[in-house]
Design a protein around this ligand. Structure first.
Ligand code: PLP
Length: 407
């Protein structure tokens, strides 16, 4: 019989969201009619904005005419969208960007998961802890993670704890990793890094020849002046960093799918012969071989986000979620909870009270207040003792949930 990729067998079952669903179902079965409010959802709830809907309709009509029909498009995305991205997301903010450094895709999950294809299996990896699980699991699949230890960590991955003890600011690595994943604004802690802190990371990567994989899926939530929305706001970042962006949380594209990845032309890794090799053509080759492009419809939809109406409407939606986050943060603090995040982010990260574990607090909130959230321990060992609530519910439900907690 043929052999499988055994790395997949070594991955523990993904237990977090199925266990949440199981416990909620057990509770609602036992208490029919209970009014459970879901504050654990990582999906958005507001509809696509009108400018996007109109653009989608027009694109559908295009596909129905022989003249404007679009079949296979460029694997790295249409120029009409790449030029808007380059202009509005970068150049207008003082960041140089060429269109051929932009790779449009079906989302940041695919790209953060696939980027390892162009890196050596021998690369050593560092992640912040707690962490978006895709970074760890895809490195397990690629054979970079080593073995799973009893404490839930993988032996070849360096975990950089982010807890109340260090103000959720990761310390620089000590094992000289080749690849470092940073996600800011952070999922799950909802915290951001200042310009000075990001400068330290870029400087570290330049000195150590490390690659920075910067996930900016939540950049649209940044409102505090001075907090960088792109890693390329930091001088020298073009030589060390790949940036991932998503239209999911910023414009409600979780269902219709679209994101993009920036691979600057200056960014180089080392080949087997020791020579420096640019990553941009490698990622282009990877995408043209394994990906057939995001749909024409979705890209036309996203193009509309760069019109004045589209920009205003999508900003209003993000503001709505930020308003929910502010309601949560205020109410939780009044109720005596210690919280992080929730300012430039849709996530509020709560310290569980009275030394409860994350799952004990989950059960407490569910049974006492009929509120569902996500146990922090599901995001990594340093998430134990923490709990994530999201701002993606309606304002009404957010207010009701907070009122229950304040009681
Ligand atoms: N990166 C982070 C940190 C996320 O939290 C998510 C979604 O929850 C993604 C990427 C996935 O984004 P997309 O919907 O574009 O695949």
């Amino acid at each position: 019989m043929f052999a499988i990729n055994d790395n997949f067998s070594r991955l523990p079952a993904s237990y977090l969201f199925s266990e949440v669903a199981r416990r909620v179902k057990a509770y609602t079965d036992a208490h029919p009619g209970s009014d459970v409010i879901r504050m654990g959802i990582g999906d958005v709830t507001r509809p696509l904005c009108p400018a996007v809907i109109e653009a989608l309709h027009r694109a559908v009509d295009d596909e129905g005419t022989a003249e404007r029909f679009h079949g296979y498009g460029p694997e790295q995305g249409y120029r009409f969208l790449a030029s808007e991205i380059a202009l509005h997301d970068y150049r207008e903010r003082g960041i140089p960007m060429d269109e051929d450094e932009i790779f449009i895709s079906d989302g940041a999950k695919s790209d953060t998961g696939n980027i390892g294809d162009i890196l050596s299996p021998s690369c050593r990896v560092a992640v912040t802890d707690p962490v978006y699980p895709v970074y760890v699991d895809t490195n397990v699949m690629a054979g970079r993670a080593g073995r799973l230890m009893e404490d839930g960590r993988w032996s070849n991955i360096e975990y950089l704890p982010c807890t109340a003890g260090n103000g959720f600011v990761p310390a620089l690595p000590v094992t000289a990793p080749d690849v470092i994943y940073l996600c800011y604004p952070n999922n799950p802690t909802g915290t951001v890094l200042t310009r000075g802190q990001l400068e330290e990371w870029v400087d570290y990567c330049r000195r150590h020849g490390a690659l920075l994989l910067f996930d900016a899926a939540y950049e649209a939530f940044v409102r505090t002046p001075g907090i960088p929305r792109s890693i390329y706001e930091i001088e020298g970042a073009r030589e060390v960093a790949i940036e991932f962006r998503s239209f999911s949380k910023t414009a409600g594209f979780t269902g219709i799918r679209l994101g993009y990845t920036i691979v600057p032309k200056e960014l180089k890794g080392r080949g087997a012969d020791g020579e420096a090799v640019p990553l941009n053509p490698l990622w282009r080759r990877r995408q043209t071989t394994k990906f057939n492009g995001a749909s024409y419809l979705t890209q036309r939809g996203a193009e509309a986000l760069y019109t004045p109406e589209g920009a205003r409407q999508s900003r209003e939606t993000v503001d709505y979620y930020l308003g929910n986050a502010a309601v949560m943060l205020d109410g939780l603090r009044k109720a005596g909870y210690e919280c992080a995040g929730g300012v430039d982010s849709p996530y509020v990260w709560i310290k569980t009270p009275d030394g409860m574990t994350s799952w004990e607090f989950f059960d407490y909130l569910l049974t006492r207040h009929n509120i569902v959230g996500t146990p922090g321990s599901g995001f990594g060992p340093s998430g134990e003792g923490y709990f994530r609530l999201t701002a993606f519910n309606t304002r009404e439900n957010t207010i009701r949930a907070v009122a229950r907690l304040e009681k």
